[in-house]
Ligand binder design. Sequence first.
Ligand SMILES: Nc1ncnc2c1ncn2[C@@H]1O[C@H](COP(=O)(O)OP(=O)(O)OP(=O)(O)O)[C@@H](O)[C@H]1O
Length: 582
Amino acid sequence: MELSADVSHSRPRDAFDDHKPPKKRSRDPFAGLNQTEARVPPLPSKGQKLERKWSMGERRSAPARKRSTEPFKALKMQRALAAVPYGQRSQIKDQISEMESFEEFELLPEVQQAIADALPGLENVSPTPAQRVAIPELLGMKGKRVRRRNPVEKKEMEQFLLAAETGSGKTLAYLLPVIDAIKRAEAIQLKEEAVKLAAKEAADAERRKANLFELESPPLSKDHNPNSGRPRAIVLVPTAELVAQVGAIAKSLSHLCKFKAAPISASNTATVIRNRLFNPKGVDIVISTPFLLGSIVESNPNILSRVSHLVIDEADSLLDRSFSPITSSIVDRATPSLKQLILCSATIPRGLDTYLQKRFPDIKRLVTPNLHAIPRRVQLGVVDVNKEPYRGNKNLACADTIWTIGRSAAEHSAEGKEKIDMKRIIVFVNEREKAVEVADYLVSKGIDAIALNRDTASERASHILASFKGLAKDEEPPVPSPEAVKAAKTNYFPVGSTSTRKLVNTKVIVTTDLGSRGIDTCAVRHVVLYDVPHTTIDFIHRLGRTGRMGRRGRGIVLVGRGDRTDVVKEVREGMFKGQALI
Ligand SMILES: Nc1ncnc2c1ncn2[C@@H]1O[C@H](COP(=O)(O)OP(=O)(O)OP(=O)(O)O)[C@@H](O)[C@H]1O
């Protein structure tokens, strides 16, 4: 092989004038060989850098890369929830990690024993994070070894915000300390009354000795009980269904540690309400909605005269625009006698956060480590309604989704494996009118569906919800024949057709936000989000109806034209990573 005669000659200067190596050479695998000069291009000037940034390739890729790394970009547009720093969360986690038993709380023995009645069928229960965070604080325990504060020595009203994820046992977290306080106050009152009575009897005896002919003073009337119509504690909740739910828990606790609970709501008659409030044996805890209690207080202001504990459950609802005036007026009227004001919520919306900073700047925030995070055991699936076979028909996609859930269980049963449980599914819509429309459509497709909205009579609503709460025993679902299962294999219904087939093992409630707050639907494994919720707050509450207290659950969101897919994507990512939503 012979080398060229020019091999050692450099190339003419103007060949590098544009600072770029010739393209052909740079692509050549041997381009780096036989070079006598380092051809490193100089650093680009500032102007060149900008030019490069906006060149076609970079312009497309730069924002895309930013989007993928920046967390919750779509959710940041709404920023619905107040932030709780991760440092604070880990600190709380450490603090509560050592509390393993209810016995560590300085509750009265009768209150301790009553816990088992409120959690029937459960053995070796340990307190949930919400209970570990709240109970010691509400009892005034400071650290494990320090004695509880004397309930009578406390003069100023204490304010607490208990914020813990859905289905985490917040009801017991506030009820147990409140009942404990009531029982202690009652014991003190009984002691004081006994001392007074003894003093009076002694005085009477003295007087009789001094004047043998004096008539005996009449005994104290036993007809009037000073505890009648003057509760020591009030629990406010937003709906009649929640009044019944919290009332049932209070009643179960009252079997062992005796106290009188009066749940009152618009679903009770006036006579029932009167009898419960003005029971001659007295009343200790009233559970009510703010509107009902507010109207009673107008005519009987004495009802609030002795209230030492006021609980506002679902505080984010009860302090929002529609409820706030009436809730605040009850707080104001009860304040003179209040020892503890306890707000309770699964979410701290930014509106509530600002309100609390202004109205209760000293409120003590009791927050659990997983606040605002949807637990990992709840999965979120997405159905694209625009795709085949739905072609934008959400009703059809909803019916098909429900059939898919119900059918899998029916097949399982037809194979003779085991008796199947009734499946209970909640479908959430954003508008009240839509609930009826969707329920009617589902019924036309052979699904046992019912609408639950503000127009549903409260007695009927309680009845509908009972089986979803695992309280009422369902009639057993009929076991479908193998033929019926075969016939139901395809659950696609052409638009407009009415199904003659029936989905036998599934019950569905179609509801709005009304069914998303506080209802303890522990029998629900599936939630269908017919509409994409407006905010992360609604996502948390709606998905919170499943996967309660350590159970698994599944949410399915139907995404159609105009729905925020970016929001759904970010919520899913957050759930997958176990992150708190914002
Ligand atoms: N320590 C415990 N161990 C086991 N189960 C419990 C315990 N405490 C409460 N539960 C059960 O957990 C379920 C949920 O409780 P609860 O309704 O109080 O939750 P929540 O936090 O108020 O939910 P939401 O935010 O949705 O209102 C109930 O069925 C209750 O019986």
